[in-house]
Design a protein around this ligand. Structure first.
Ligand code: MF3
Ligand code: CO
Length: 256
């Protein structure tokens, strides 16, 4: 179901999204080579809870038989891992890694969702470019995030921008509406047809999230039932914000 948020609900969305932004500020300050992804997850969980929110990914059930509920506060996906990497004490962040973090804060009944790919230490020029283009793809897409356009306009622009820059988009996962539920309608693919899909209206809150692969678009799911990696072993980056559709330009709720 597509939900249009009231003034009061939008205020609650703002609060949840603010916690997400604060968490990323802290992660950006703390992330260092030598640290495990588990330690990074602990830091995020602490900030989320200190700000009166709950890490909504913890215990999240995607409803697929045999897939256990998600065990951590954040998803941390390193290098060729695309999304849903499970934080682990054994996974040590190395100099030169690109580290994608995806987290959701639930506060007063509403969810805020964002992802960032951090550059750790001396990152290659190629990897930096991938991360930059992924972020830019989000900003290209939201040029169409206003009344008068449709979901397909956003999707199309993201997909074209990524392709123009020589990369692939992940086709099996997508952005989404967000509110009381982490995942609401509509789905927002990172490729699509202009002029197609749901019309955008003020009061919609959307999580838009380009997932970009340096090489081929094929993906593989690991045995843990969660981690998604690139099939060709090339790098992947992720960038996501929760936005509010208004009468004019969208408001990015997960950036302070
Ligand atoms: N936060 C992710 C998204 O961007 C969903 C992660 S799945 C979970 O939609 F199980 F980890 F929560
Ligand atoms: Co999301």
């Amino acid at each position: 179901m597509v939900t249009i948020k009231s003034k009061k609900e939008i205020e609650a969305m703002r609060q949840a999204c603010k916690v997400v932004a604060l968490t990323y500020k802290e992660l950006e300050r703390k992330i260092k080579p030598g640290m495990s992804t588990w330690e990074l997850d602990q830091i995020a969980e602490k900030v989320i809870r200190e700000n009166g929110a709950i890490p909504a990914e913890k215990g999240y059930d995607i409803g697929i038989k045999g897939v256990p509920p998600y065990p951590a506060a954040t998803c941390i996906s390193v290098n060729d891992e695309i999304i849903h990497g499970i934080p682990s004490k054994k996974k040590i962040i190395q100099d030169g890694d690109i580290v994608s973090v995806d987290l959701v804060a639930l506060k007063n009944g509403f969810n805020g969702d964002a992802a960032r790919t951090f550059l750790v230490g001396n990152v290659s020029k190629e990897a930096r470019r991938l991360v930059e283009i992924t972020k830019q793809a989000f900003f290209e897409g939201i040029k169409f995030a206003k009344p008068g356009y449709r979901i397909g306009d956003i999707s199309h622009r993201i997909g074209e921008f990524v392709k123009e820059n020589g990369y692939s988009v992940v086709r099996e996962f997508q952005g989404h509406g967000i509110g009381r539920q982490m995942h609401e309608d509509p789905g927002i693919p990172n490729f699509g047809k202009p002029g197609k899909g749901l019309r955008l209206e003020p009061g919609m809150t959307l999580a838009i999230e380009p997932m970009v692969i340096q090489g081929r678009e094929e993906i593989v799911e690991l045995e843990d039932g969660w981690t998604i990696v690139t099939e060709d072993g090339s790098l992947s980056a992720h960038y996501e914000n929760t936005i509010l559709i208004t009468e004019k330009e969208p408001e990015i709720l997960t950036i302070l």
